[in-house]
Design a protein around this ligand. Structure first.
Ligand code: PBG
Length: 332
């Protein structure tokens, strides 16, 4: 029966959802393998793989195993990996000298990976926490996390990483002035093509818990990081930080954590239009992995959805522990 007067809606948004083909035609965003940066944990030793209990499915690897994993990641099309060292408790010091040792775990790992998989981009973390007996990202003097002295150390750390062959320097420490100071040192040191991805809007977050287990910093950390990492209540301040870091020579900026901070990702992308990244951090990974392990959510679907949401929020790419798993799905 056809009616002449249509009480029906003329605009039916369901029409383009009717079949997979149409859904594909109107899809606004895509998640691709080249959007992924894979954070990995490296440890000393040989042929050593240590599961991280609070991150089911994630392992700390010795350099030899890491090189193999890096090759696999590259073959899957993952453009970059990001290295985090596990430093034994008794090797952590107050002066953090290991951080800028040209032969430290991270710098040895960079050289080993570069020798085998030169086309894979290597990102590093610049902060003192893995080396610091206090677990803080900066030097602690009389209970205070001191800024300028820390920046001097971070510069030495970044230059050592660039010398080892790092392609992307990732200052995650949240000290003031570190981007400009590192940028200048890289220029002077002949590393003008080394890029900086600033952890610009890094929040003092409870979602980093499992990461601190992974790098052995949980026991070490005295107090909290609220005097340098951002207050989760703030959004305007994130934009000031991004603007400041760009003016100091950052090539790319990052928001961290990811999923609870998608509004910040969107604002940064809209306001500045620069390469914007988000870090889906350890706690976010752990929530999905644990719920999936209990059979409460579907691991694959939740993982893919969570990552697509970063693209929709305006991110160019995502640091995610799911990277190889996602890459395998996207390329199958
Ligand atoms: C260290 C650093 C942290 C993370 C990345 N770099 C921890 C922290 O700031 O305490 C967290 C990453 C994650 O949770 O996956 N500066």
């Amino acid at each position: 029966m056809t009616r002449t007067i249509a009480p029906y809606p003329l605009t039916r948004l369901r029409r383009t959802r009717k079949m997979n083909a149409l859904r594909g035609l109107v899809r606004e965003n895509a998640l691709e393998v080249h959007d992924l940066i894979w954070p990995v944990f490296v440890q000393d030793g040989e042929n050593k793989r240590t599961p991280i209990v609070s991150m089911p499915g994630v392992n700390r690897l010795s350099i030899d195993l890491l090189v193999k994993a890096a090759r696999e990641a590259f073959e899957l099309g993952i453009p970059a990996i990001c290295l985090f060292p596990y430093i034994e408790q008794d090797l952590k010091t107050e002066d953090c000298a290991g951080a800028w040792d040209s032969d430290n775990l991270v710098n040895r790992a960079i050289r080993a990976i570069k020798a085998e998989v030169p086309e894979l981009a290597i990102m590093t973390d610049v902060a003192l926490d893995p080396y610091n007996i206090n677990g803080h990202d900066g030097f602690v003097v009389d209970g205070e996390i001191v800024n300028d002295m820390t920046v001097e150390a971070l510069v030495k750390m970044a230059v050592a990483q660039a010398e080892a062959g790092a392609d992307i320097i990732g200052p995650s420490d949240m000290m003031d002035g570190r981007i400009g100071t590192i940028r200048r040192a890289l220029e002077v040191g002949g590393h003008s093509n080394v890029t900086i991805m600033s952890y610009s809007a890094k929040y003092a977050s409870a979602f980093y818990g499992p990461f601190r287990d992974a790098v052995g910093a949980s026991g070490a950390l005295k107090g909290d990081k609220k005097t340098y990492q951002m207050d989760p209540a703030n959004a305007e301040e994130a934009l000031r930080l991004v603007e400041r870091d760009l003016s100091e020579g950052a090539d790319m900026v990052m928001v961290k954590p990811g999923m609870p901070y998608l509004d910040i990702c969107r604002s940064v992308r809209d306001r500045f239009g620069v390469p914007t990244f988000a870090y889906q951090v350890s706690g976010e990974y752990a929530m999905i992995a644990a719920a999936a392990q209990n059979g409460w959510i579907d691991r694959e679907k939740t993982m893919l959805e969570s990552l697509m949401c970063f693209k929709r929020a305006g991110c160019n790419g995502i640091l995610t522990y799911f990277a190889p798993e996602v890459a395998r799905i996207l390329t199958r």
